[in-house]
Write a protein that binds this ligand. Structure first.
Ligand code: ZN
Length: 219
């Protein structure tokens, strides 16, 4: 943890030795971290950054797992509905098509972007960024894509979609015979892997690796 008492000595230090807390803007001297250590802000407790081991390899494994789950999560039935003798299998994709066909084109586009297109683009960006670091090639493109990824982050809203599904299940369960599909399991797994990925893929280490200051981000 950085020492808050040496803030007076910050003047004159080169900028690359300083770090500002993302949450409360406290300026600190950048602490040297060993593997699996993390630095916290002494004022608000926010994790400034962490030095995790095998960041690139572990993140790559998680990105690939998420990409594998992406197709079944979106195209396998989230739930099966049996109502008045009719059965329907509902997938994320059929939901988008259903919205579009019932005249809600705008909503269909938003759902498509936030629950299908942007999550996929985010994963592909992460994959390419990690590959440029792993293969030590085209890091300038990696840098560009990682910036793009940070702009897209707020627009992938799988968790909002999941909340919508849960609300629909609770509402429909009294009206119709409902069974949960394999798609829902894949969808929840995809969401959990993405949360795990956010934790493992330490942005600080990725930025440092992409800017070429440290080629040992995979240590
Ligand atoms: Zn802080």
């Amino acid at each position: 943890m950085p020492d808050p008492d040496d803030r007076d000595s910050l003047a004159g230090l080169p900028l690359d030795q300083l770090v500002a807390c993302h949450e409360c803007d406290l300026l600190l001297r950048k602490p040297e971290l060993k593997t699996d250590e993390k630095a916290q802000c002494p004022r608000c407790g926010y994790e400034l950054y962490a030095h995790r081991h095998n960041v690139v390899e572990r993140s790559l494994a998680l990105v690939l797992a998420a990409l594998l789950l992406y197709v079944p999560a979106n195209f396998l039935p989230i739930m099966q509905l049996h109502l008045l003798g009719q059965n329907s299998d509902d997938t994320v994709w059929s939901g988008v098509i259903g919205l579009y066909n019932s005249g809600m084109g705008g909503v269909a586009v938003v759902v498509f972007l936030c629950s299908m297109a942007i999550p996929l683009l985010k994963l592909l960006c992460q994959l390419v960024v990690l590959l440029t670091i792993r293969l030590n090639r085209g890091r300038s493109y990696g840098l560009l894509l990682y910036r793009f990824y940070h702009h897209m982050r707020d627009w992938g809203m799988l968790e909002v979609y999941l909340m919508g599904v849960l609300v629909a299940i609770v509402k429909l369960v009294d009206m119709a015979e409902l069974s949960l599909g394999l798609g829902l399991l894949c969808f929840v797994s995809l969401l959990l892997i993405q949360v795990w990925l956010e934790v493992v893929m330490s942005p600080h280490q990725i930025w440092v690796a992409l800017s070429g200051e440290d080629v040992h981000a995979g240590d």
